[in-house]
Design a protein around this ligand. Structure first.
Ligand SMILES: Cc1[nH+]cc(COP(=O)(O)O)c(CN[C@@H](CCC(=O)O)C(=O)O)c1O
Length: 307
């Protein structure tokens, strides 16, 4: 594998990456019945700090509850294991991927005999999610022919492995179309989110956050809303937005742990605003990166230092 994850926490033990193996009979491998998180640790002047660890661990447990998956550890034990995995690998900054899954007790669609869950935590260095170019010039999006699934079809509020077949299909087709990312609409054609990010748009100085609806309730989305309000901007939840609202917005940007704050400069071959990274977007990106690297005292509440 090209991923250099060093030591991986697997069911309570830190083991070398090549020994962190899973059975080919694991229920989750066959049916997508896993839950996971995407978290980042950033370098600060007091060592690495994990961003909003508590909220991510809480969401992991909510995702597991939705799938009736039993994680055989407490949230505190998982949080401590995440800190320990970052510390043991000596990362200055890294991406953190906890994963819990129905293991290999039995196959067949019913996952319940496969409780309690197997759990792993992997860490690796991961730069700009959509590439430095997309950050500098703004990402190019195309509306996907794959729709975001309705809430009564798949649980979009659970960060569940199986949900990402939808994201993978949308992402592959967006890249094949020469774009950087997919814009997923919901079944009624309203803007939902990216394959791995939430979406915002700016109009006349007002910031609009696409409502949760069928989307993953993003922690970065929540953080950027708080930062924007602290900067004095008006922020509104945007409901049932059709894509042409984005075409005529002054700015569009995406948020996510991996994507951080990424400007969007083109959607369906239409330049957004000036056709480059939006000014307000890049201000929010700057403050967000200051917050995650401990340079903003008011947001140190979000940091867990890995001493
Ligand atoms: C579908 C989706 N929507 C929104 C978000 C933003 O959520 P948050 O990270 O809490 O702000 C993510 C995170 N996507 C994660 C996984 C990306 C991947 O390629 O895997 C991430 O950003 O870590 C999603 O996967």
């Amino acid at each position: 594998t090209r991923i250099h994850a060093g030591k991986i926490w697997l069911n309570g033990e830190l083991v070398p990456q090549e020994e962190a193996r899973v059975s080919v009979l694991a229920h989750a491998l066959h049916y997508g019945t896993s839950v996971f998180e995407g978290i980042r640790a950033y370098e600060t002047d007091e060592g690495p700090a994990i961003f909003r660890l508590e909220e991510h661990v809480e969401r992991l447990f909510h995702s597991a509850k939705i799938l009736r998956l039993e994680i055989p550890y407490t949230p505190e034990q998982i949080a401590n294991a995440i800190v320990e995995t970052v510390r043991t690998n000596g990362w200055k900054s890294c991406y953190i991927r906890p994963l819990a899954w129905f293991g290999a007790t039995s196959l067949g669609v019913n996952p319940l005999p496969n409780n309690p869950a197997d759990v792993m935590i992997a860490t690796w260095e991961w730069g700009a999610y959509l590439g430095e170019e997309a950050v500098r010039k703004g990402a190019k999006l195309v509306a996907s022919s794959w729709r975001r699934f309705p809430g009564d079809v798949m649980p979009g509020k659970a960060k569940a492995g199986g949900n990402y077949v939808n994201s993978a299909l949308a992402k592959m087709d967006a890249l094949a179309a020469g774009a950087d990312e997919a814009l997923l609409l919901d079944k009624e054609g309203y803007v939902a989110e990216g394959s791995g990010e939430n979406l915002f748009f700016v109009k006349n100085g007002v910031i609009h956050a696409i409502e949760h609806s069928v989307n993953l309730p993003g922690i970065t989305r929540d953080s950027v809303i708080e930062i924007a309000e602290d900067l004095g901007y008006a922020v509104k939840e945007a409901y049932r937005v059709t894509r042409e609202i984005l075409f005529t917005a002054d700015e569009v940007f995406m948020t996510g742990t991996a994507a951080e704050v990424t400007p969007v400069s083109m959607i369906d071959h239409r330049p957004i605003g000036t056709g480059s990274a939006g000014e307000l977007t890049m201000q929010l990106r700057k403050v967000y990166l200051e917050a995650v690297t401990g340079k903003r005292p008011e947001y140190r509440k979000w940091l867990t230092f890995v001493k």
